[in-house]
Design a protein around this ligand. Structure first.
Ligand SMILES: Cc1cc2nc3c(=O)[nH]c(=O)nc-3n(C[C@H](O)[C@H](O)[C@H](O)COP(=O)(O)O)c2cc1C
Length: 224
């Protein structure tokens, strides 16, 4: 199983620990896991070049290419972020902005629908579910076939202060999701919402040529 982890933070705090807990339960080898940090990626400048002229014309392409390639090669994509002001970290949002061209409305990567995504966030008190929802929704728009969420309330300042009960609860969740991932791997089928969205986008690309690159991509893939 090939796993790509995208960390929305560089420090190894609560969120990092939960992600490592899931990786442990997945029982994979070091070689199967590629981990990336999204800090330092230039802000999207809104030039639309990725959509209109191709992703290689993005001024920050060299900072994101390796991460995107690893996402496209993975069976399982894990994305984590601490909850900051009820949302993802700014650096993760910047990475998501650079993935706009991979949305189903533009040029979704063909095998995305067979992949499994996991959205992880920790919060001191509130908002982890909001954050994992946001991460999961990005993966939905990339066309990821099945997404799990692990929102954890730590109720503590750091990992060492987190209560054993809360750690045990997080561990149970990680075990459950790891088992489900192992069961689903290789058998992911997009749900009705994803199939409906694909149908809508298909009609859109048939009728609109706002971006010849997008339209040609859909034609090349045999989708229209
Ligand atoms: C900038 C910032 C914003 C935060 N916003 C929230 C918040 O909206 N709600 C909350 O309950 N905790 C909030 N926290 C606390 C963190 O979500 C919490 O400590 C989290 O577990 C940190 O994860 P980490 O150890 O991986 O950095 C915030 C912390 C920081 C530094």
């Amino acid at each position: 199983m090939k796993i790509t982890v995208v960390h929305g933070q560089v420090h190894k705090g609560n969120t990092y620990h939960i992600t490592q807990m899931l990786l442990d339960k997945l029982n994979c080898t070091k070689e199967e896991v590629s981990e990336f940090y999204v800090n330092g990626i230039g802000d999207c400048v809104g030039c639309f070049q990725c959509v209109m002229k191709g992703e290689n014309t993005c001024p920050h392409r060299c900072q994101i290419e390796e991460i995107i390639k690893a996402i496209e090669e993975a069976d399982v994509i894990i994305i984590d972020s601490p909850t900051y002001v009820l949302s993802v970290s700014g650096q993760l949002k910047t990475f998501f902005d650079h993935m706009g061209y991979r949305w189903i409305s533009h040029r979704p990567y063909p095998t995305m629908k067979q992949k499994i995504g996991v959205a992880i966030s920790t919060t001191a008190g509130a908002g982890a579910k909001k954050t994992t929802n946001l991460i999961a929704s990005q993966m939905f728009w990339w066309s990821v076939g099945k997404t799990y969420q692990i929102p954890i309330t730590v109720a503590a300042m750091n990992w060492d202060q987190m209560s054993p009960e809360r750690k045990a609860k997080a561990e149970r969740k990680a075990v459950k999701i790891s088992q489900s991932i192992q069961h689903k791997l290789g058998h992911v089928k997009p749900g009705i919402k994803a199939r409906f969205m694909f149908f809508i986008m298909k009609q859109m690309h048939k009728g609109m040529d706002y971006s010849p690159i997008d339209m040609n991509y859909w034609k090349e893939k045999g989708w229209i």
